[in-house]
Write a protein that binds this ligand. Structure first.
Ligand code: UGA
Length: 436
């Protein structure tokens, strides 16, 4: 394998995982970020996000001298004490948040492109890893204004909470460029992983990411709608999805109903694809229905909790188990748990929450919720307890002790996480999703 000198711009979930994993594959990697404090922490191996295996890889990379952290994109391109070889591949891993009307905001990509364009050594390849609208590779090439620099699309498919595992065991590598040699050069970075590799044009590669994430969102909305139907007809969604999932064309993964899908990717990408469709003059009713079904799902959870406390949430104490958008992460962005909490609060409920990934209040996100690091405090005088995130440790809570603390021992389990029989033995009534 050729060792490449790589710069990674942006040290969020994607950038940091990409940098640390590429270093673990033997490449020389310099990661850059504008956040001076974050870089200072990373230089000491202090990883600011909860991501299994990432701290170990960062520590290893630093110790082996294959991983370095610098402030500012320009410093990642310039020769470093790590190596005076010119940088060969530059990964753009900067945020592309939801902008006006749901379109992806490309300001960060454009700023970095302008910042580095005069510094890039001739023949170097710029890789867009952020999720960006179709046409961004072409636009980045234009912004760079350099005929000698190829721009490649190489979307990432990492899930938060298993990002390192997903990077090192990918289902596929997708690389798109209108210059075959540049695409091959980027694909070769991953050759040790032995994954199926799709080499395609830039526009198709950019579209793969939206097509995949929106399909996943649609799959979940379908399951959530199916769960509602199961409730009405007395079927059990768990059995139904298991039966569906044995069909290899469907598969068992991504079939769990919940309080709605969230996080920093699926909602953003679904809204962005809606915008892309609008701009292309195309209606995509399936996509619209997926979003509407998702909005309805959090409301359905509020309905269940209202019913569990006797018909009105005003002045009722509701204990929340989980705040993050899924288990195994500390990320609260676009968390369905917070959407449900907001719905409860709007009807006058008093909320106390426990989440293993969020031990204290986060201003601007958890306002109006008492965040505790003691799960028992969630049960204290509660009129209902609701599971909003599927942290496995909730199964091992001392449910008999919680029954004694609660004012009304009832659990609304929006993730179907707990064993209803265990809960009933402990003295709780249990309500799930898609089950009688
Ligand atoms: C998602 C995709 O799964 C990744 O492939 C993609 O790379 C990533 O977005 C991205 O674009 O960067 P992520 O946002 O980390 O990954 O989270 P997921 O594991 O996909 O979960 C998304 C939401 O769906 C969560 O709220 C989760 O609780 C929910 N979900 C997931 C369910 O309700 N049921 C399931 O069966 C699975």
């Amino acid at each position: 394998m050729f060792v490449r000198r790589i710069a990674v711009i942006g040290t969020g979930y994607v950038g940091l995982t990409t940098g640390a994993c590429l270093a673990s594959l033997g490449h020389e990697v310099v990661c850059a970020d504008v956040d001076i404090q974050k870089i200072a922490r990373l230089r000491h191996g202090d990883v600011p996000i909860l991501e299994p295996g990432l701290t170990e890889l960062v520590t290893e990379g630093l110790a082996a001298g294959r991983l370095k952290f610098v402030v500012g994109a320009r410093n990642a391109i310039a020769p470093t004490e790590l190596s005076d070889e010119p940088v060969e591949v530059v990964f753009l891993c900067v945020p592309t948040p939801m902008g006006t009307g749901g379109a992806a905001d490309l300001t960060a990509v454009e700023t970095v492109a302008r910042e580095i364009r005069d510094l890039l050594p001739s023949g170097c390849v710029v890789v867009n890893k952020s999720t960006v609208p179709v046409g961004t590779a072409a636009r980045t090439k234009q912004l760079l204004g350099r005929r000698d620099i190829a721009v490649v699309s190489n979307p990432e498919f990492l899930r938060e909470g298993s990002a390192v595992h997903d990077f090192l065991n990918p289902d596929r590598i997708v690389v798109g460029c209108d210059q075959q040699d540049a695409a091959e050069r980027v694909a070769a970075l991953y050759s040790r992983l032995g994954a199926p590799t799709l080499l395609t044009d830039a526009a198709s590669s950019e579209m793969v990411k939206y097509a995949a994430n929106c399909f996943l969102a649609m799959k979940l909305s379908y399951v959530n709608a199916m769960a509602e139907l199961c409730e009405r007809l007395g079927a059990n969604v768990h059995e139904v999805t298991e039966g569906m999932g044995y069909d290899r064309r469907i598969g068992q993964a991504f079939l769990k109903p919940g309080p709605g899908w969230g996080g920093s990717c699926l909602p953003k990408d679904t809204h962005a694809l809606m915008q892309i469709c609008d701009a292309a003059g195309l209606e995509f009713p399936l996509l619209k229905a997926s979003l509407e079904t998702n909005e309805r799902q959090s409301g359905r959870m509020v309905d269940k909790i209202r019913t569990a406390v006797g018909g009105s949430l005003r002045g009722k104490r509701v204990g929340l188990l989980g705040l993050t958008f899924k288990a195994g992460t500390d990320d609260l962005r676009d968390s369905p748990a917070l959407t449900v909490a907001e719905g409860l609060r709007a009807e006058g409920a008093e909320l106390t929450a426990f989440d293993p990934g969020c031990p204290a209040a986060v201003p601007g996100l958890t306002d109006g919720i008492v965040v505790t690091d003691d799960p028992m405090a969630v049960a204290k005088d509660a009129d209902a307890i609701t599971v909003l995130t599927e942290w496995p440790e909730f199964r091992a809570l001392d449910w008999p002790a919680m029954t004694k603390l609660a004012a009304n021992p009832t659990v609304v389990d929006t993730r179907n996480l707990l064993d209803p029989a265990v809960l009933r033995r402990a003295g709780f009534s249990w309500v799930g999703v898609g089950r009688r």
